[in-house]
Design a protein around this ligand. Sequence first.
Ligand code: ADQ
Length: 466
Amino acid sequence: MSRLIVVSNRVNPPSAAGEESVGGLAMALAAALREYSGLWFGWSGRTTPEFTGQLSMQTVDGVTTALIDLEEADLDEYYNGYANRTLWPLFHYRTDLAAYDRAFGEGYSRVNRRFAETLRPLIAPDDLIWVHDYHLIPLARELRMLGVKNRIGFFLHVPWPAHQVFTTLPRHSQLAEAMFDYDVVGFQTEEYRQAFEEYVLFVAGGAQSGAERLQAFGRSLRTGAFPIGLDAAEFARMLKTARARRMRDLMTAATVFRHLVVGVDRLDYSKGLEERFLGFERFLADNPDLRREVLMLQIAPVSRESVGAYREIRARLDALSGRINGEFSDVDWAPFRYVNRNYRRDELAGIYGAARVGLVTPLRDGMNLVAKEFVAAQNPEDPGVLILSRFAGAARQLKDAILVNPNSPEEIAEAIKQALSMDKAERIRRWRASFDNVQREDVTAWRDAFVGALAGARERRPALAS
Ligand code: ADQ
């Protein structure tokens, strides 16, 4: 079996054993690598005044991590710049928030080159290289220019937008062309795969060359939909831990005679938090008889605070949550609890387990693992109900959730009411269908499908001239 090299912007070594609070991507990769004696390469999260290219290597549980520091300008231009202020909003259809600054593009190219130059000496001839997410789209191109002929795959964790949106990016063709230095390019859903294909066919003048194969820019690649899943076995183990049980009991006690409605998201404008808060407010306004029976808990740790759009949405959410409690609270009771903290994963599992309703309503989301975690944490005999955005990749798999348009507070309000009044038999039927999917299409299935496709990709032709 070839060795697997995983490359992602941030690296979270598997020693975290699933209990720490790390993002969805990192969790999935840690789980995916655990069974491979692979190498995980990426940024340490630290900066130095000047780039040194020095590697810090560590081996834990058979997985070697190789980390590099970036310099201050890289953080501003590549991470906070092109990745989080240009591509993230664009790929989530927020062209109004996308910033186009020449320095961002230069920083993005520079960091991808630095990644490639530092990784190059670690690559053995048979290694499979698996690159992750929008931060690193040009990495294969940079590696090819250094003579790397290995099979290289790319997986996009976020949506690939419709070509009408993607073409608003200056120099979009350069970014799309960089995709063709990979052998396999994977998306979360068939919809995003098709969006990429449409760009290639209608904008780049490319062609199909067999099932899921595309040809453009003088090269060809294989595309596919590979929906990411949970580490289901690990999650099941975590649910049984003392911490998870304690948290579930605590939340159950805190909501005695009431139903818990829960939302858990990074504080990000793509997650639809404002619309969700307004939806809950609408529910309270429309249902005076149900009001006292519900407590909504929204957990939303702040992220990317150095980007202005994130500070702005935080301020709006603070105001909105204050307004909801001000309007509807009584001396002995308040309807809404809004916390900006991170929780351990086992504690989160306990919180999901105590909830009657999971509210997962992103405006756009590549997949959304919280939806799957909520499902996995339910009691099979008395499960809660998932309310899920139609625009999360997860909606393609969890079809028995209550699917809503996350832009509509009315729909969210009605869905909350529907969920609260749903009888047990229907809750069990819907949950069972979702749970089967979460179990079957888990992170191992995702990894095996992608790595299988990459291993099966034909041998590379000679490296490109630059
Ligand atoms: P994210 O945008 O980070 O991931 P998501 O898939 O929901 O989104 O994963 C979030 C993870 O962080 C979950 O595992 C969750 O438990 C955890 N988390 C959230 N809030 C937390 C808190 N307060 N404390 C502790 N942990 C918390 C990106 C894409 C997604 C895609 C994933 C994986 O944007 O669409 O599903 O990658 O591909």
